[in-house]
Design a binder for this molecule. Structure first.
Ligand code: 4AD
Ligand code: MG
Length: 462
């Protein structure tokens, strides 16, 4: 008898009608009456379940009736077309073999659970509809990202996880050491002596692959990274995690305007792929997570993203007829409430560009005004800033002087500076926070619910 996956039964239904097949999976629900019953079984291959009908003709009918939720079963039977039912077909079981009868203490019995509760059973939550949808979308989106770059001539680079290079601020990097923290630490001149540590100096876990990415962009023209990123910031918000995944493309011979064109094209591609490949998952999210989600995604594909200067954004906020918790400032960052207002005002993604230089990173190109940098953040409703990027300073002397002004160790980063000596060019890049993208695509409101095992302040369970 042919072993099949439930996805094929849905996608190629006509091939299977009136055929006998075998399916292995987990019981999602079971309803029974005197002489027959229904089992919803899911094998993980597809968002939807297979409905299995069984009758008292089964030799183990009494046992089958008592199957608990999440038990593993192997069912054999005929696929039969149904009329006027929720699903187009069902299986009429000839045999139901119980491989493992799940303990009745299984915490995810059939009822709606809060996302907070589900975080406490993160090892089981992938079996729920919501997380089945979210994590399949995550997988499809990751593949679409690779596909976009590979189709467009980018080289995939694996930048180091262990690093001494300070890109986004060393204060936000986790330190990495093999020194025995239970013993007094070796010291020199009153400070910890890291020359005795495994790398002979103070080392960190990466908070960005950008600097290494730039070295490869100076060889391959266009590159991208896609990997875990760690930041030690103590931010307990719905959009910050201490471990997240970031995609960082870097493009040679590309200025800020061209960078925004790429960001827009890239984001639309991912959304299109998810719309095409995850219709069941998105329909579920649209119904239960964010009403109007699918319309929102279609609107994004068909829109031209707004591009405004940081100054215009502040003008807009200052003109707004409302009270702010954080007063919008021309020299300041955008607070969550500001991002929300701006994206709602334009009803879609907004590029905010040309930021005050004092609140941005040292490697960004200072504009001719001397006050702003050629940086751009893409803001979307809900997730806020999903992409942060900039044109890089390509002039050696200017970069050195910016680094000195901002207290960045130029000796340590001599190799990064050398890119400005050997074949410098106008180049730009951005970082996309993968989880923030997923929040936007699925409508989930908390970053803890779009990453399998969230790491956030005071939380490193599982
Ligand atoms: O804006 P960020 O800090 O930019 C960089 O790291 C640059 N090196 C990128 C580049 O130009 N190559 O981070 C980029 C994106 C943010 O826009 C946000 O989406 C995400 O990474 N991000 C976080 N996501 C989750 N939790 C956090 N703590 C995040 N910090 C940044
Ligand atoms: Mg940023």
């Amino acid at each position: 008898m042919e072993k099949v996956i439930i996805k094929d039964l849905y996608r190629k239904t006509s091939d299977y009608i009136d055929k006998d097949v075998e399916v292995s999976g987990w019981v999602r629900t079971l309803r029974d009456s005197k002489a027959f019953g229904f089992i919803e079984v899911n094998d993980g291959s597809f968002f939807k379940n297979l409905q299995v009908v069984f009758t008292d003709s089964l030799s183990n009918f009494e046992e089958v009736k008592k199957i608990t939720i999440s038990s593993t079963i192997i069912v054999k039977g005929k696929i039969v077309k149904t009329e006027n039912a929720k699903q187009e077909f069902e299986m009429h079981a000839n045999s139901v073999e119980i491989f493992n009868l799940s303990d009745s203490s299984y915490p995810l019995q059939k009822k709606r659970h809060s996302f907070e509760f589900l975080r406490t059973v993160a090892h089981l939550r992938p079996r729920t509809n919501t997380f089945s949808a979210v994590f399949r979308i995550r997988s499809i989106a990751a593949f679409a990202i690779h596909e976009y770059f590979q189709n467009n001539g980018y080289v995939y680079v694996n930048t180091p996880i262990i690093t001494c290079a300070d890109c986004e601020g060393s204060a936000e990097m986790f330190k990495l050491t093999t020194l025995d923290l239970d013993k007094p630490l070796p010291t020199k001149d009153g400070k910890t002596d890291f020359s005795q540590d495994i790398f002979g100096k103070k080392a960190f876990i990466t908070g960005s692959g950008q600097l290494h990415g730039e070295t490869f962009a100076a060889a391959f023209g266009k590159i991208y990274t896609f990997g875990p990123t760690l930041r030690s910031e103590d931010s307990n918000t719905k959009t910050h995690a201490n471990e997240f995944w970031m995609i960082e493309p870097e493009i040679s011979f590309c200025d800020l305007e061209q960078l925004m064109d790429i960001e827009e094209d890239f984001l639309k591609y991912i959304v299109k792929e998810v719309l095409e490949k995850c219709p069941e998952e998105l329909a579920f999210c649209d119904q239960f997570v964010e009403k109007g989600l699918i319309d929102k995604l279609h609107r994004l594909i068909n829109s031209n993203f707004v591009r405004i200067d940081h100054k215009e954004a502040i003008d807009l906020l200052k003109k707004a007829d409302r009270k702010w918790e954080f007063t919008p400032e021309y020299g300041g960052d955008l607070a969550k409430e500001h991002e929300k207002y701006i994206t709602e005002y334009y009803n879609g993604p907004v590029f905010v560009k040309n930021w005050p230089k004092d609140i941005k990173s040292y490697y960004m190109k200072v504009n001719p005004d001397g006050k702003t940098v050629a940086a751009v953040d893409l803001e979307v409703p809900g997730a806020g800033e999903i992409m942060g990027g900039s044109q890089r300073e390509e002039n050696y002397d200017k970069l050195v002087s910016r680094m000195k002004d901002m207290g960045i160790d130029t000796d340590q980063l001599y190799w990064y500076l050398e890119l400005r000596k050997y074949g410098s060019n106008i180049h730009s890049g951005f970082g996309l926070g993968f989880e923030r993208l997923l929040m936007y695509i699925t409508g989930m409101e908390n970053i803890r619910d779009v990453i399998p095992y969230p790491r956030t302040p005071n939380n490193c369970e599982f």
